[in-house]
Design a binder for this molecule. Structure first.
Ligand code: IGP
Length: 259
């Protein structure tokens, strides 16, 4: 499934490249307003931080929420205390787009993450041109050489890579890259099953000085507290925020947990 998602995202990027060349997307990336320092926004603190995600649908759950106005949702997230906003830009299964990312960038003053299946430099330039401050890299989807190349480009463009892992082996590959921000995704991207204890098992192997992010599987404030006790600096939350009544209130409640 992960392979198909990546192949589809690359195919869509190649289609966009027919109308906007690599040279012009690169020029747009280099002339975009400077990225925000995501490391500063996500730095470990006395309280747990949240990256709040804008996600319309997912391959495992289908439609989650309409989200006709991603800017309004992003403002709710910011007002509720999010430290960054993740925008799913994958179109086929998640219902997102780069237009969503551009719109969200205009609406808020906290970092924006491009959440997609990235395999090409073209996609990294696109992310920067659209205003992204952070870009997701999924270790399981890429060989180490590609991962190294994309990680270097993200850094050169002044952005921060969020390097996503699902196992001890992937974690050591993330560490080899020199990643400053490492995520552990509780959702297996092949089977879509959730393992809420995976973060806790891997957290101790994430080097000191790295920002530790627990991704997926948060339904309640107790789940946030569980991740926090296991060592998470930041928790990435999607579904619970887009499906509950008031995203702002849900976020405020989730952020009120103490270690
Ligand atoms: O909706 P949840 O369970 O709160 O999960 C959010 C986020 O972790 C999830 O959307 C995600 C994590 N890694 C990904 C990679 C691609 C697409 C989506 C994801």
């Amino acid at each position: 499934m992960l392979e198909q998602l990546l192949a589809g995202a690359i195919e869509d990027a190649e289609t966009r490249q027919q109308s906007v060349s690599l040279a012009s997307v690169e020029a747009a990336a280099l002339s975009a307003p400077a990225p925000l320092d995501a490391l500063a926004f996500l730095a470990p603190s006395e309280r747990v931080k949240v990256i709040a995600e804008i996600k319309r649908s997912s391959p495992s759950k289908g439609a989650l929420a309409d989200i006709v106005d991603p800017q309004a949702l992003a403002r709710e997230y910011e007002a509720g205390g999010a430290s960054a906003v993740s925008v799913l830009t994958e179109g086929r299964r998640f219902g997102g787009s780069l237009d969503d990312l551009r719109a969200v960038r205009q609406a808020i003053d906290i970092p924006v993450l491009r959440k997609d299946f990235i395999g090409l430099e073209y996609q990294v330039f696109e992310a920067r041109a659209a205003g992204a401050d952070l870009v997701l890299l999924i270790v399981a989807a890429l060989d180490q050489k590609t991962l190294t190349r994309l990680h270097a480009l993200i850094t050169e463009l002044g952005m921060t890579a969020l390097v996503e892992t699902h196992s001890a082996d992937e974690l050591s590959r993330a560490v080899d890259l020199g990643s400053r921000v490492i995520g552990v995704n509780a959702r297996n991207l092949t089977t879509f099953e959730l393992d809420p204890d995976l973060f806790g098992r891997l957290a101790g192997s994430i080097p000191e000085g790295t920002i530790r992010i627990a991704e997926s599987a948060v339904k309640t404030a107790a789940d946030v507290a569980h991740y926090r006790r296991s060592g998470a600096d930041v928790v990435l939350i999607g579904e619970a925020l887009v499906t509950h009544g008031s995203p702002r209130e849900t976020l405020t409640e989730f952020l009120s947990v103490n270690p």
